[in-house]
Design a protein around this ligand. Structure first.
Ligand SMILES: NC(=O)C1=CN([C@@H]2O[C@H](COP(=O)(O)OP(=O)(O)OC[C@H]3O[C@@H](n4cnc5c(N)ncnc54)[C@H](O)[C@@H]3O)[C@@H](O)[C@H]2O)C=CC1
Ligand SMILES: O=C(O)/C=C/C=C(\O)C(=O)O
Length: 494
């Protein structure tokens, strides 16, 4: 895709290959759009197949260079320096993330940017403190053997990223990959190329060897995403994004039997029991439904509420939703735009479908009136539905917008069955003051992550990922090492 530079273009975003910024070798570029205004604010240089091959070759060569020869102590010192440099340049990362996503500054400054640094620091700690495994083994001749494991990097890791938390989700993969001694080629989302490109400056500033961190810009099929995941010198692929994309990447990964780690979509339920602390539940669920304008894989799109408190809960959630004013200026309770005009059309399609299927719109359901600079932004109203049936499209498909259906229930068994009746299995949240019930229902959820009386409360050492159509594998803490390292078991006859 090529687009001519327009007068509003202010910045050129380049690929980062073998330690240097490069234009695309075949001269293609595409526009970088500010979702808050709909205006073009930059021009992204698209990587050609040859550029992607160069990036992979640089990453492969770097495994044999100074990077591959470093001790763990030397490597983790560099990785910790990356975290410190991100913190030092926090304002630059914040500006880049806000420009690409249109998200409110307070969201990016509290979530995206600090996590970008933390993802490096935490995995530097994990790798430097990770114990090995060993067994004393009795041998048939009455003697002994010692078994122990050594972990080695997998090699070149392809990191394919989405647009909802660009720096956070990219570094969640790059941090452990590098801490384990791999090299990476990152394909950021075409919607959000800036922070991945900026991280190249950080790598050079801290003295990261050339070729360890590479970035190629472009799209999926027939572009950088496909070129990267089909390159035979890529040893493993980690991906966050849509389930269908995961399936396409999995087919590429099968060639050469490459390992994959996938964090995919969700249709996450929340269960609110009548004994819940309603203030806490409404506060938590108004974040889980509306944070990042609902563009969170962990976001809640189905809320089940025990019948005695159903009406009170719906009224409180409606008031909370009406407090979120779409737009990028004003007080803290505002909603940023959706990522693109195309995504807004998709979300509005679900808004229409809910009504066609008989839902009652409690609040929202359309496009807000916004004047001034943001009039061309991709905003939608925060939206709640009741009178939705379990089989309705908006209760089954991932929408990725600021909306949810709210449904009453009468018994614990009934609500567990409803919550689990989905092809997805990413996360759930349970709201109750009866902790024995909290533990019991949480354990019954067929998901990778279940919160009780909280949501998106993250300890980066814990296992993170989903089951079913929500993903393959777990990352986080030592779980990341399972994916980013290869184990050799050494058996020594004593
Ligand atoms: N964290 C999550 O779970 C996310 C889920 N989504 C869901 O996915 C929907 C579509 O959003 P998209 O950005 O289009 O997600 P996507 O899954 O198509 O894109 C994610 C990344 O994969 C790349 N990609 C796409 N097709 C590829 C292919 N065949 N081979 C290699 N790379 C490929 C894209 O260029 C991008 O970097 C959203 O509406 C939302 O429902 C989107 C972003 C994040
Ligand atoms: O905390 C994390 O590691 C991840 C958070 C959010 C997502 O994975 C997502 O929205 O895709």
């Amino acid at each position: 895709m090529t687009s001519p530079a327009s007068p509003s273009v202010t910045e050129t975003i380049l690929n980062f290959i073998d330690g240097s910024y490069r234009q695309g070798s075949d001269g293609k570029s595409f526009p970088n759009i500010d979702p808050a205004t709909g205006l073009q604010i930059g021009l992204v240089h698209e990587a050609s197949e040859a550029d992607v091959a160069d990036a992979v070759a640089a990453a492969k060569a770097a495994l044999k260079g100074p990077w591959g020869k470093m001790t763990t102590a030397e490597r983790v010192k560099l990785i910790a320096a990356v975290a410190t440099e991100i913190e030092r340049r926090a304002d630059d990362f914040l500006a880049a993330e806000v420009a690409d996503t249109g998200k409110p500054r307070h969201v990016a400054s509290h979530i995206d940017i600090p996590r970008g640094a933390a993802n490096f620091r935490m995995f530097a700690d994990v790798v430097s403190t990770m114990p090995g495994e060993s067994f004393n083994t009795s041998t048939p001749d009455g003697g002994q053997a010692l078994n122990y494991t050594v972990r080695k990097p997998k090699g070149v890791v392809a990191v394919v990223c989405p647009w909802n938390f660009p720096l956070l989700l990219m570094t969640w993969k790059v941090g452990p990959a590098l801490a384990c001694g791999n090299t990476v080629v990152v394909k950021p989302s075409e919607e959000t190329p800036r922070t991945a490109a900026l991280l190249g400056e950080v790598m050079n500033a801290v003295g990261m060897p050339k070729g360890v961190y590479n970035v190629v810009h472009g799209f999926g099929p027939g572009s950088a995403g496909e070129f990267l995941t089909s390159n035979p010198d890529v040893d493993a692929i980690t991906f966050t994004g849509e389930t269908g994309t995961g399936q396409a990447i999995m087919q590429k990964a099968a060639i050469g039997v490459r390992d994959i780690s996938f964090e995919l979509g969700g249709k996450n339920p929340a269960i609110v029991f009548a004994d819940a602390d309603l203030d806490k539940a409404v506060e938590g669920l108004s974040r889980s439904v509306f944070l990042n304008t609902g563009q969170v894989c962990l976001g809640t799109e189905r809320v089940y509420v025990e019948r005695p408190i159903f009406n009170a809960f719906v009224a409180r959630m409606a008031a909370a939703a009406q407090g979120f004013k779409p737009g990028v200026t004003g007080d803290r309770a505002y909603l940023g735009p959706l990522i693109s005009a195309e995504h807004r059309e998709k979300v509005l399609g679900y808004y229409r479908r809910a009504v066609e299927d008989g839902a009652t719109v409690v609040t929202g359901g359309g496009v807000p009136e916004i004047s001034g600079a943001e009039a061309g932004g991709f905003f939608v109203e925060p939206t709640l539905w009741i009178d939705v049936a379990h089989g309705d499209t908006v209760m089954r498909e991932e929408i990725f917008g600021p909306c949810c259906g709210i449904v009453p229930f009468d018994s614990e068994d009934e609500v567990i069955a409803l919550a689990n009746d989905t092809v997805y299995g990413l996360c759930a949240s349970i709201w109750t003051e009866n902790m024995s019930r909290g533990h019991r229902v949480a354990a019954a959820m067929d998901v990778g992550v279940c919160w009780v009386n909280s949501w998106f409360l993250r300890d980066l050492r814990t296992a993170f990922g989903g089951s079913g159509h929500s993903g393959i594998g777990r990352e986080g803490g030592v779980h990341s090492l399972e994916f980013y390292t290869e184990i050799t078991n050494i058996c020594v006859k004593l």
